[in-house]
Design a protein around this ligand. Structure first.
Ligand code: ZN
Length: 681
């Protein structure tokens, strides 16, 4: 259950830098803005290199993308028990609406629909707060009455009541994942992973299951919903064929069976078989054996994840949110990560941490650069740009892990990001802006590579230390550790020696941007008066605030005022690197020793509380730029065609898979709801 999905700097900067890119080259729609609403911008990404794949590979990808799309409803339901009826209601009203589409109420309704589609439910994907509708309950009830009068749509009052409360009552299930200290995180979180049960009861249930002497511990709770029945019995409802989410899992399995025929090797077919067995039985031991087979298949060009993987959606970090990404290796760009991975031991042995906390032997860090072919479940429409799996610590230790950077996504961000005034507003001077223009894309990608393929895999726990000892702060501190590892090494002459950078000052671009983001600009994602909550944001703030304070005596980094505006000024990049190294040593100690108190103290002192004056200033300056703080993507459309180029459902006739980039945001969502909704029929 470690947290390895990363929204790293490229995403954040790209967030910060988008022009209206609708006039991009139609033959290369990468980065095109498809839709814009609330705090969201939806972009297109392009599957570079798809046409060059073999027909077998294309068919393989085609059926894997079908398996990916069939899981959509699972994630919606995990995100909240009324999300699926909410979606059905909103989409039905939207599709059948025949009133004035320029009215304020309808426009507000449309915006809310778009937000809900983006959040895979009623909650913001990042802040976890419930969306606030700009239309009235009376207006919606009138629309429902119209539909009912025309016999288009009737909904039972008992079913309707909670959905209306979800939309209109701010006190009803207000937050998807609550992380506020001191509260019962289960009872105050709206996610549908628990029912009628308190946090102490959940913790006691899993504590009783856990065998702390097991060297290959099962990831308890990963694929189940924990409920307490009215007569007080606590039981797991397991996600499996014939169990919870069976109808969706059945369709996923069907498509995995079809895909399997086109696997690139018997080993890869065995991976799929194991996954199917896991879906069929729900047996978490099979998930582990699947994960091992998957980790060890590093030869296949096409690869995918499909399942209950990351646990950010669970306040206790147990249950995996359903997701899928289908992808294939970008052979040229993968050279970068190959070089890093083959030097993994050097990085480990030279890291600025106590040698007792280093791994004496770093195992199988496989890293590659990929192009995503489809994003689904918890990776859609908002998506990570780097992933490192599997999450089970013991599998990582014994079998290594696979680390990827999703290059066509980072490229889409970059393509969308030219010239919108962000750097002019927030970067201190012209030389620094030039540095960023020149070196930020490559150093940002390298930062992601280092974070994913070396950072998370580095270090070790002292014997007997519970891997979950850092509890609620575990994910923040783990991301902090991986980021610091990346930052520290980004400035190392070794990268130039290895041919990954060509200028000893290049790293300064990432350093500047990291400090700017951690101290100031990431605050644009937070509402005034609120604290920083999300793990990656906390980690960046922790690092930036800590080095600001600890470098103060030497004047390493300053926040200065120019014309009443605050700027980050870095005076000594060498000392800044030393500070990153020092903090890495301390965070690694905290993890290796399981020092919860020290971890908590760091998070609470540096990562959470926002300076309201600075926050206000950032929001005000940011507002003048009209940039969406969050981005996501529409998927391309894959069509199986016969020898004449006509669409076909007949597998034996398939002569090619065509990919197109013309579908818009809401049409894509409506099509998915129509064609891939096994849990709402
Ligand atoms: Zn990470």
């Amino acid at each position: 259950m470690k947290l390895h999905k990363t929204i790293t700097m490229a995403a954040v900067l790209a967030t910060a830098t988008t022009a209206m890119a609708n006039n991009l080259d139609p033959n290369n729609p990468s980065g095109t803005v498809v839709d814009r609403f609330a705090d969201i911008e939806v972009l297109r990404y392009v599957v570079h290199g798809f046409e060059e794949l073999t027909l077998n590979q294309k068919k393989f990808i085609y059926y894997l993308t079908e398996a990916a799309l069939q899981g959509r409803d699972i994630l919606w339901d995990q995100n909240g028990k009324y999300n699926l009826p909410l979606r059905q209601l909103l989409e039905t009203v939207y599709v059948n609406y025949d009133g004035d589409k320029n009215s304020e109420e309808f426009k507000a309704f449309e915006k809310y629909l778009k937000q809900v589609e983006f959040g895979n439910g009623a909650y913001h994907h990042y802040s976890m707060d419930k969306f606030v509708p700009g239309f009235s309950a009376e207006w919606l009830e009138q629309q429902l009455k119209n539909l009912s009068d025309k016999n288009i749509y009737k909904v039972d009052a008992n079913q309707l009541r909670p959905v209306l409360s979800l939309i209109f009552d701010p006190k009803f299930m207000p937050k998807r994942v609550n992380q506020a200290a001191g509260e019962d995180l289960i009872l105050t979180s709206a996610c549908n992973l628990y029912e009628n049960i308190s946090q102490p009861e959940v913790e006691a249930y899993y504590a009783a299951l856990k065998d702390t002497t097991d060297l290959t511990p099962i990831s308890y709770g990963l694929n189940s919903r924990l409920v307490k029945t009215p007569d007080g019995v606590i039981m797991e409802e397991v996600y499996r064929l014939g169990g919870y989410y069976s109808a969706a899992i059945e369709r996923i399995i069907d498509n995995l069976e079809k895909a399997k025929k086109y696997a690139e090797s018997p080993q890869q077919a065995a991976v799929i078989d194991e996954l199917i067995k896991f879906y069929t039985t729900g047996d978490l031991k099979l998930f582990d054996s699947y994960s091992i087979l998957w980790t060890e298949d590093t030869d296949s060009q096409v690869d995918f994840i499909n399942g209950f993987i990351e646990s950010y959606g669970d306040p206790l970090g147990m249950t995996g949110s359903w997701e899928s990404i289908v992808n294939f290796r970008d052979e040229t760009a993968s050279n970068r990560t190959r070089v890093l991975a083959s030097n993994a031991q050097w990085f480990e042995s030279n890291s600025p941490v106590d040698p007792r906390f280093r791994k004496p032997e770093v195992k199988g860090v496989s890293a590659k650069v990929i192009n995503a072919a489809i994003l689904a479940g918890d990776s859609y429409p908002a998506t990570p740009i780097g992933i490192n799996l599997p999450n089970a610590n013991w599998i990582r230790a014994a079998h290594g892990s696979k680390s990827v950077t999703i290059e066509n996504i980072t490229r889409a961000y970059d393509d969308a990001s030219h010239g919108n005034g962000f750097n002019e507003e927030f970067v201190i001077d012209e030389p620094t802006r030039e540095l960023l223009d020149k070196y930020l894309f490559i150093t940002d990608n390298l930062h992601t590579d280092l974070h994913e393929c070396l950072g998370h895999g580095s270090g070790r726990l002292l014997p007997g230390v519970d891997p979950d000892a850092l509890k609620a702060h575990g994910s923040t501190l783990e991301e902090t550790r991986a980021d610091l590892f990346a930052l520290y090494y980004l400035a190392d002459p070794k990268l130039i020696e290895m041919g990954l950078l060509d200028n000893p000052d290049a790293y300064k671009a990432e350093y500047y941007k990291y400090m700017l983001n951690g101290l100031m600009t990431q605050l644009m994602r937070i509402e005034l008066g609120k604290d920083v909550e999300e793990a990656h944001m906390r980690n960046r703030k922790l690092i930036a605030e800590w080095v600001l304070e600890h470098g103060a005596a030497d004047n390493v980094v300053q926040l200065i005022k120019l014309d009443d505006k605050t700027f980050v000024k870095i005076n000594d990049y060498n000392k800044l690197r030393d500070l990153f190294g020092q903090l890495l040593g301390e965070i690694q100690r905290i993890k290796s020793e399981g020092d919860y108190a020290a971890g908590e103290a760091l998070v609470e002192k540096y990562a959470v509380k926002v300076n309201p004056e600075l926050h206000n200033e950032v929001l005000a300056r940011y507002a003048t730029l009209d940039i969406a703080p969050y981005k996501g993507f529409v998927n391309p459309v894959y069509t199986a065609v016969d020898a004449n180029g006509n669409p076909t459902d007949n597998e034996s006739e398939i002569a090619d898979i065509k990919v197109t980039y013309t579908e818009d945001y809401i049409p894509q969502m409506l099509r998915y709801s129509r064609d891939y909704s096994p849990l709402t029929k």
